[in-house]
Design a protein around this ligand. Structure first.
Ligand code: ADP
Ligand code: MG
Length: 685
């Protein structure tokens, strides 16, 4: 069905081309979803399609060629399609508009609810085509979308509001939280500052052997910063070496036991350090161990001081022992040597004397040398301290040392001060340097470098206390080698007399003990730094004197020779009869007359009663109330002009402080006649 002129009759009937054309157009238009009408200039219907009739609910009968536009409008108006109002006016208005043949677009909601879009297009020779489109679905979809959109917007709006509120609440919560957190942080910070400030290492680790807390001291002790330790395992933090030692203790502590132990570790500066730790288990009320508190203290210094004290006490004891022994030996050697000399002189032409006495003399002299070195250690060798410019002395010694060392060892010297004067026995200082150089040589069998350096050291209270000397200025002579160095046990015993690591016959073990004793006796100290396979520095520190120190310290006096002594009466005070007889003999050889006393009191008696006595030679150590020094004081008071010489196996006299006899010449036992003469010379007796 369609709204076109009905095809008349059956297929066989002849059809005009015009009619055929109209049929084809009508069929084509019927295929459209949209309604289409064409009206001519007189507003009479020319063509339409079925969709038009359907969309507008026109009866088929209404659609005929030539029917007027007005008829359709009236039909609509009468059935109320245009809404309330006067149908005639509604028709008139629409017809008038149509007659203007203007393009137009309108929308109409039909009483059945469908929405139509109506668009009119004027035709070239008047008349128009109208297209009707059902846009109901389209509109509904658009409305739905709009509704959804609105809903969505509403939703979003309400959600946004809620969010904003939540946000505000959150911000407020964060603010108050911040305040709490800040307060907490502040108090934690304070706690940290306190625990960081205490001079101990404090930490806490849990059951899983992981740190929960460590103060600065604890962390730094193991080379970490405090925040690096928390969360880490014990093993990671303390290192394998320490872990192996502490492992068992940690296990015991986590078993609920309180433990204290000490361990060794390599300090941050590479030197060995010692710590004492206490682990206190953290036990929950139900008895389970939650973790452990650690408290560690650095006991390196404490142990070192204890060790140093023990060492000093040991040295002191050994010193006493060797000193006493050496004293006795000296007396014996004085007798041996004295008698051997006498024997030789009494039989000058006897070849037997030569054969027997010489080796005996030689051995006795070697014995005396050994004793001298022992006394050096015991700090009781006779010393002659004088102001000595050490740079010059070092220069002189370095020549000798260079000659005595193999060419594989390079010897160099350096001085940080142009002039360094120390109060010291120059000869013994040379001996000490030689000993140190020989030790350095032995430590560098494959060659190396030996360096002798002098400097001015200002010792503060602590450094001075370490060396057991008063604080002040010291002249330091450091002998450095890059040889094999020493291990801990060697270092601990290096100053002991007879301690040697060298093969039998190659080392006497008296070198370092001599250096030590001599330096100590000179009012100084020795510092050693040694690392295995790296080398050793031995530094000798001696009291410094100002360059323009009074010359009075130098021994002065007119030299005398044997002739001056001839015929003089000498008082000899000595408790040991054998020694006395040897010295008497030597004095006699010098042409002196001798009176003897066995002790100080006896000697004093003689000084008082024998004005002819021109010289007093006295042993220092004598039994009774008056020893050699007391006798010297007596002589000073009673006969200030009477010269006096002290003999001793010890060397107390020069270190004798402000005693009046401090500048008395001291004759070290054993001595020969020549030595005796040398001692008497400055007296101008
Ligand atoms: P000696 O040289 O006769 O062995 P010392 O008293 O001079 O006796 O030295 C004692 C020990 O100290 C030596 O045997 C050696 O083990 C050690 N020692 C001393 N000086 C050095 C050094 N410069 N390098 C390495 N070890 C040294
Ligand atoms: Mg040596």
């Amino acid at each position: 069905m369609n709204g076109h002129p009905e095809p008349a009759g059956g297929g066989e009937t002849a059809v005009s081309p015009e009619r055929r054309y109209q049929e084809m157009l009508g069929a084509g238009l019927d295929l459209l979803d949209q309604g289409v009408t064409v009206f001519d200039a007189e507003l009479r219907m020319v063509a339409w399609n079925s969709a038009f009739l359907r969309l507008l609910d026109f009866p088929d009968s209404l659609a005929r060629p030539g029917v007027s536009f007005e008829d359709f409008i009236r039909f609509n108006a009468e059935r109320g399609d245009y809404g309330p109002g006067d149908p005639l006016a509604q028709v008139a208005e629409r017809v008038t508009r149509a007659r203007s043949f203007q393009p137009h677009v309108t929308e109409r909601i039909r009483p059945n609810g469908r929405i139509l879009s109506i668009r009119g297009f004027p035709l070239p020779h008047q008349g128009f085509i109208t297209v009707y489109t059902d846009i109901t679905e389209q509109r509904r979809a658009a409305e739905q979308i709009a509704r959804h959109q609105a809903e969505l917007e509403e939703h979003i709006e309400s959600r946004t509001e809620a969010l904003t509120r939540a946000n505000e609440e959150l911000t407020a919560a964060i603010e108050s939280n911040k305040a709490i957190t800040q307060a907490l942080r502040r108090s934690e910070q304070r706690l940290r500052e306190i625990t960081d400030a205490i001079p101990a290492a404090v930490a806490y680790f849990d059951r899983d052997w992981a740190y929960r807390y460590a103060n600065k001291g604890y962390a730094e002790w193991f080379g970490w910063s405090a925040d690096q330790v928390e969360g880490r395992k014990i093993q990671d933090v303390v290192g394998q070496e320490v872990f192996e030692v502490v492992q068992a203790h940690v296990a015991r502590a986590l078993g609920g036991e309180r433990v204290t132990y000490e361990y060794q570790l390599t300090g941050r500066d590479g030197s060995p350090a010692r710590a004492r730790s206490t682990l206190v288990p953290d036990v929950a009320p139900d008895g389970t161990v939650l973790g452990c508190y650690v408290h560690s203290v650095d006991v390196t210094e404490q142990r070192r001081t204890q060790a140093a004290l023990a060492q000093a006490q040991k040295m002191e004891a050994i010193g006493q022992l060797t000193g006493g022994l050496a004293h006795d030996f000296n007396n014996m050697l004085t007798v041996v040597i004295g008698n051997l000399v006498a024997l030789k002189e009494n039989h000058p032409d006897d070849p037997l004397t030569e054969n027997f006495v010489e080796p005996a003399m030689h051995a006795a002299n070697r014995g005396a040398e050994l004793i001298r070195r022992l006394l050096g250690f015991a700090r009781r060798q006779p010393l002659e301290p004088k102001p000595v410019e050490v740079n010059e002395l070092i220069l002189g010694m370095s020549k000798l040392i260079r000659r005595s060392l193999p060419s594989t060892i390079a010897v160099s010297t350096a001085s940080r001060e142009p002039c360094l004067v120390a109060m010291v026995d120059a000869h013994q200082l040379e001996n000490a340097l030689l000993n140190l150089a020989l030790n350095a040589r032995d430590a560098m069998p494959n060659g190396g470098e030996l360096r002798i350096e002098s400097s001015l050291e200002q010792l503060g209270i602590h450094a001075a206390a370490d060396l057991e000397v008063p604080p002040g200025d010291y002249v330091q002579i450091a002998v450095t080698d890059n040889g094999m160095g020493m291990d801990g046990s060697t270092l601990a015993r290096v100053f002991e007399p007879f301690f040697t690591t060298k093969q039998f016959g190659l080392g006497s073990g008296l070198g370092m003990s001599m250096v030590y004793g001599f330096t100590k006796q000179s009012g100084g100290g020795v510092r050693i730094r040694s690392r295995q396979a790296r080398g050793t520095t031995v530094a000798v520190l001696l009291p410094r004197v100002e360059e323009d120190a009074p010359e009075a310290l130098l021994p002065a006096g007119r030299e005398v020779d044997a002739a001056d002594l001839a015929g003089k009466l000498v008082l000899l005070a000595e408790d040991d009869a054998d020694v006395r007889s040897v010295v008497r003999m030597q004095l006699a050889e010098l042409g002196c007359a001798v009176v003897e006393a066995e002790n100080g009191a006896e000697a004093a008696d003689m000084v008082e009663n024998i004005p002819a006595i021109a010289l007093v030679i006295s042993d220092v150590v004598m039994p009774g109330v008056m020893d050699g020094r007391a006798l010297a004081r007596f002589v000073r008071r009673f006969r200030p002009d009477l010269p006096m010489v002290l003999m001793s196996g010890f060397a107390e006299s020069h270190a004798g402080g402000p005693d009046q006899d401090a500048d008395l010449p001291l004759l070290a036992k054993p001595f020969t006649r020549d030595k005796l003469l040398a001692a008497l010379r400055p007296l101008g007796a």
